[in-house]
Design a protein around this ligand. Structure first.
Ligand code: SAM
Length: 223
């Protein structure tokens, strides 16, 4: 199993986890952006056929649990590398919601589950942190093993105004140190999806030609 050491993975301490939870609600801009992301996720779930067994990985502090729990019969499994994120998730969410979700710690590169044990892996805001192509493909292959049918994944893509701006900013940076987040070329990441055994069923843009966020709905390709 290829389980890389990712610098960004270790930043989610208890303090950072609380900050992350607040981040999506502390300004009007963040609330609007969270609202749009929830809409994109809802559309992706519908495109995925409203799956019955979902693994939310990484779940963070459970930002998408209210959405996932809208389908009453759905089994919601939720995992994250950071015990701090999971513990904040258990503190900030209401008991009736927590009763619907089974949480456990795990790495996205090594999921402690049988092959094809969920209908959908729901992976929001992780892929844009994974800078090495071989790590991305290893993670996607692990998803391919565990899902029976679909993966929903969000990331930053090129081909829009914000990505151009970011490229200019990065070109101006004099100290090229560790990069925490990256914009992926669509052609590159779409080839990586294929390498891991997926076909693209659909995609949803946050705001076409302007914003970098895109959600892909991936289906396992026929063997
Ligand atoms: C930006 S947060 C996104 C959380 C959630 N999906 C959301 O959108 O609110 C990234 C999450 O990835 C988790 N993480 C980092 N490395 C991971 C890994 N190798 N396996 C699983 N989770 C990881 C972090 O602990 C953190 O909770």
């Amino acid at each position: 199993m290829h389980t890389p050491e990712l610098t960004f993975s270790s930043k989610y301490t208890f303090k950072h986890a609380l900050k992350y939870h607040d981040k999506h609600r502390n300004t009007l801009g963040h609330r609007l952006s969270n609202w749009r992301e929830q809409r994109m996720a809802a559309r992706a779930l519908a495109l995925a056929g409203d799956p019955a067994i979902v693994l939310d990985l990484p779940c963070g502090t459970g930002r998408f649990w209210p959405l996932l729990a809208r389908q009453e019969a759905r089994t919601i499994l939720a995992a994250d590398n950071s015990e701090a994120m999971l513990s904040v998730a258990r503190e900030v969410n209401p008991p009736e919601l927590l009763a619907r979700v089974k949480t456990f710690p795990c790495s996205a590169f090594d999921i402690p589950m049988e092959d094809t044990s969920v209908d959908l892996i729901f992976c929001m805001r992780l892929l844009h942190h994974i800078t090495r192509p071989e790590d991305r493909v290893a993670m996607l292959k692990e998803f391919h093993r565990v899902t029976r049918d679909t993966v929903v994944v969000s990331l930053w893509v090129d081909g829009n105004y914000k990505a151009l701006q970011r490229r200019k900013l990065e070109a101006r940076r004099t100290h090229k140190t560790y990069q925490n987040r990256i914009v992926l070329e669509r052609a590159v990441v779409e080839r990586e999806f294929a390498d891991a055994g997926f076909v693209i069923a659909s995609h949803i843009d946050f705001l076409k030609f302007y914003a970098m966020w895109r959600v892909y709905v991936l289906k396992k390709s026929a063997p």
